[in-house]
Design a binder for this molecule. Structure first.
Ligand code: HEC
Length: 169
């Protein structure tokens, strides 16, 4: 019994010491430039995000994806999101978008963006943000209606009516 306890104490100590050395001897990547996720980092963080979002992900939008709402969403997008997530119909990225780690994904065509995701999931991300990434929380900065409007816009990004496309250009 005593041996087991001593073994556990030593094991815990070695793990902590290893972590301390990893952090203090420069093993931990901290620069945004040429960033690569650590082993398991992507798996663990995306898993944690999915669990956190579970309750909201299935929520239907309280407003419809009609043209006035999509137009309003487009204005929100241009003012608050475009500098990171890119503009419609171009692969060009801003200096901010190119220099960040993790990279902000393109949310407008060409490309899929989040058109496959349930709108409740997108709403959760825009409202709460994603900790330790450049993705900010827009709760308070945007009204709840605006949060839904921009989420609906992203869900329909590959099938937007012409006037909404014009607003995005
Ligand atoms: C300062 C840069 C920045 C701004 C501004 C920004 N985002 Fe993001 N966003 C990010 C980054 C970085 C990620 C990727 C986070 C990650 O890797 O988990 C992200 C992720 C997302 C995602 C998840 C994408 C996916 O594939 O799951 C959505 C949706 C999103 N942002 C929507 C928005 C909306 C809507 C706005 C404007 C209201 C916005 N973002 C403004 C940087 C930004």
């Amino acid at each position: 019994m005593m041996k087991l306890v001593v073994g556990i104490v030593i094991g815990v100590f070695l793990a902590l010491a290893g972590e301390y050395l990893f952090l203090t001897k420069g093993g931990m990547p901290v620069a945004a430039r040429n960033g690569q996720p650590l082993p398991l980092e992507q798996y663990l963080t995306s898993r944690a995000l999915r669990v956190a979002m579970a309750r909201d992900a299935g929520r239907p939008s309280p407003i419809s994806a009609d043209e006035p709402n999509l137009l309003a969403g487009a204005r929100v997008y241009r003012a608050n999101c475009e500098m990171c997530h890119g503009s419609l119909d171009t692969e060009k990225r801003s200096a901010i978008a190119r220099g960040m780690f993790p990279r902000p994904p393109r949310l407008m065509p060409p490309g899929e963006g989040v058109t496959d995701d349930p709108v409740g999931e997108t709403y959760w991300k825009v409202k709460n943000g994603i900790r330790l990434t450049g993705m900010a929380s827009f709760e308070g900065a945007l009204t709840d209606t605006q949060l839904w409007q921009v989420s609906l816009l992203l869900g329909k990004a590959n099938q937007l009516p012409e006037p909404v496309k014009a607003e995005l250009r």
